[in-house]
Design a protein around this ligand. Structure first.
Ligand code: P6P
Length: 336
């Protein structure tokens, strides 16, 4: 049941039956994410005023300068998720290892794991360009009552029970799926409430926007170079428009509304691609497919990839179905 402008709280109650294992735990988990998102949004929106945008002086497991806002967002989501007694473990882009949450009775009874990129695109913070949070939720596979294991996190994307993102843009939106379509909620910062502004979001089957860092062109496989030339040639519905923000969530969100493809291929500089399978590609692929789009590594469905390690990188092609299929055709002809 979808009614435009209802609040997120009303939506969750009305659609409770949709939530996996509808004992209300997943609903409470989504509620904890929306609370943390409001807190992080407040800090993101005033980052320019407070000395919080500067690099935290440390680097994360990716060897990237850790912006203070990265650290803040990571801490807020971990704190909120831990307090709700639903999650038995959290994996984050900002932490090398996963975090175990034993629960208040130290009984390891919590049933869900969350994987997240707490602030994706954070290099955009100090130039006032939108950033995002990405999350992915699974039911644990290890026995309840024992500490969470790496196997709970290394599940293929098609096992996700929910996934979503928050985009801290001109307005702040929470977009998520529990496997029953995709719905977008816009935050009214004055009231602190989220309103269903984009019910039942769908990727247009085709589009005319392509999003890739063309600065890497010389390093791309031949198939990617040929697809980019295809996008640029004067023929049929082309040339397409090139739009690349450098923030996955923002590029994905715009392409889902307008139609388009985002791709971060392998290159001689990034032989496995740059994006992380578990907390960037899998959640965005789940959302894309639920919205009628498509997501692959150029050859294989993202959601079928069997993960091997927590911070594993994969090439990523995602967006309007017909555009991703066309890119895959070019990759099949010239994969190297
Ligand atoms: P590049 C941000 O660091 C990110 O993970 C995505 O949000 C974004 O699309 C991509 O990397 C940008 O990477 O190499 O083009 O700057």
């Amino acid at each position: 049941m979808v009614k435009k402008n209802q609040t997120l709280g009303e939506f969750i109650i009305e659609n409770q039956a949709e939530f996996a294992y509808s004992s209300g735990e997943l609903s409470r988990l989504i509620n904890s994410i929306r609370l943390a998102a409001k807190v992080v949004n407040h800090e993101v929106n005033k980052a320019g005023l407070v000395d919080i945008t500067g690099a935290a002086g440390e680097t994360n497991v990716q060897g990237e300068d850790q912006q203070k806002l990265d650290v803040y967002a990571n801490e807020k989501f971990i704190q909120t998720l831990t307090n709700r007694e639903i999650v038995c473990g959290i994996a984050s882009e900002e932490s090398e290892d996963f975090i175990t949450i034993a629960g208040q009775n130290n009984d390891h009874k919590n049933k869900y794991v969350v994987l997240m990129d707490p602030l994706d695109g954070s290099s955009n913070i100090d130039v006032n360009v939108s950033v995002g949070t990405i999350f992915s939720i699974y039911r644990r596979v290890s026995p309840i009552g024992t500490p969470v294991q790496l196997e709970d996190f290394l599940q293929p994307g098609h096992k996700q029970v929910a996934a979503g993102y928050i985009v801290y843009g001109t307005s702040t939106m929470l977009v998520y799926t529990t496997g029953h379509g995709v719905n977008g909620f816009t935050l009214n910062p004055a009231l602190g409430s989220w309103y269903l502004s984009h019910p039942d979001m769908k990727f247009p089957e085709t589009g005319n926007i392509y999003s890739v860092n063309e600065g890497n062109y010389v390093h791309f496989p031949r198939g990617v170079k040929n697809y980019i030339k295809y996008c640029q040639e004067e023929k049929e519905d082309r040339p397409y428009t090139s739009r690349y923000i450098g923030s996955l969530v923002s590029d994905f969100h715009r392409n889902m509304i307008k139609g388009g493809i985002y791709f971060y291929p392998t290159s001689s500089k990034a032989p496995h691609g740059k994006l992380r399978l578990l907390y960037e590609c899998n959640p965005m692929a789940f959302i894309a497919e639920q919205a009628g789009g498509r997501a692959s590594d150029g050859f294989n469905r993202i959601l079928d990839i069997e993960p091997k390690e927590l911070h594993q990188r994969v090439p990523f092609f995602c967006g309007s179905k017909n555009m991703v299929i066309k890119a895959e055709e070019f990759m099949a002809k010239d994969p190297e």
